[in-house]
Design a protein around this ligand. Sequence first.
Ligand SMILES: *Cc1c(COP(=O)(O)O)cnc(C)c1O
Length: 460
Amino acid sequence: MPNKKSWAEPWKIKMVEHLRMTTKEERIVAIKEAGYNTFLLKSRDVYIDLLTDSGTNAMSDRQWAGLMLGDEAYAGSRNFYHLEKTIQDYYSYKYLIPTHQGRGAEHIFSQIMIKKGDYVPGNMYFTTTRLHQELAGAKFVDIIIDEAHDTASHHPFKGNVDLEKLQKLIDEVGADRIPYVSMATTVNMAGGQPISMANLKELRELTKKYNIPIAHDMTRVAENAWFIKEREDGYQNKSVKEIVYEICALTDHATMSAKKDPIVNIGGFLATNDEDLYCKAQNMVVIYEGLHTYGGMAGRDMEAMAIGITESVSDDHMRARVGQTQYLGQKLIDFGIPIVMPVGSHGVFLDAKKFLPHLEQDALPAQTLAAVIYIESGVRTMERGIVSAGRNKETRENYYPKLELVRVTLPRRVYTQSHMDVTAESIATVYERRDSIKGLRFTYEPEYLRFFQARFEPIK
Ligand SMILES: *Cc1c(COP(=O)(O)O)cnc(C)c1O
């Protein structure tokens, strides 16, 4: 027997959803109509949809059964109390404010915590998170370790905070200008990279000294826990569930996009141990989301989320989840394709600067590559580079991020190993003719989060 541990899924398929196969001619028309932005493609024109892992998950039979237990009372739904207890038991936080998705929580949290002129340090920015911080009047400061910006570095915990960078910021602006440190598990924009428990403990020590709270962007905390179990000394015999609890207990507040880890299609929350913040947030949530016992979700959504949280912290689930991503990553490595190393948890990130070295960053290499991969095979991916980074709010200059990536993201429990094979092969086909690929330019640029709705045309 070969000495290889399989990551095979701890579930089987009960129902299937048909996919439409398209021709290359059809796809050329579709991407042109979409302004060369994969976010603007119609889903019916997509074969394998690896745009995002956000809300694209397959729920279990238990979660679907949970939908039938929806208590659609306006106030005090029993599903809210189930969800509240689940969050206390699994994530350690005392108070729950449900929201329609992650950014709803980010909005409320940023508005309450931030004063104009504040600084919010974080282990790399995330698009919606930073925008809400900026809209509330803060400046985001990147304090992730330098290795996170280097696609070739094999550092096992590229999500780690560089504590010297944080100390320097505290010395420069003063702790009272830092309302909180924003700490993400895992770091999406760095390629789904984890933070280590040791680093988080050090961060806790330093922030405690200055009385600065830690706000936990916990969208993929269970995926982060899996990497800690695999890579960090002393955690091999702990369960994902135990590690998740330990991570959360080292932080003060949390925002969650339940469209990720908790394996549902919509939902999110703000959670905290701070009663004062809880009261303020309860008041704000009724303005923007809905009453504080549903916050934009139906009762059945909260039930499916509570069940999904318990499933997400299972070691067997996480072994298959991260195993599938590693499988796709290894296939691409075997084809010689430049990707972010080590392979992260929720997707494989193609290094568009190395894939298309003949294109300047202003020719939007990652945006271009995502469009070409779609034309090749109907596989939908997305840009994570200069288009996603947007412009500086004051100078209006483009941000020029070091990372110019195409994210090939895996929905949870949706696609098979053969879908991964087809994906890798089609990217390899594009790689073979990479020299002939020309760039794109903007024809329409929206003001906020431009990557979602911008339109482009090929450079002649
Ligand atoms: C998706 C995501 C968010 C925002 O959540 P939405 O549910 O999409 O609003 C915030 N932070 C990270 C790291 C995310 O991946």
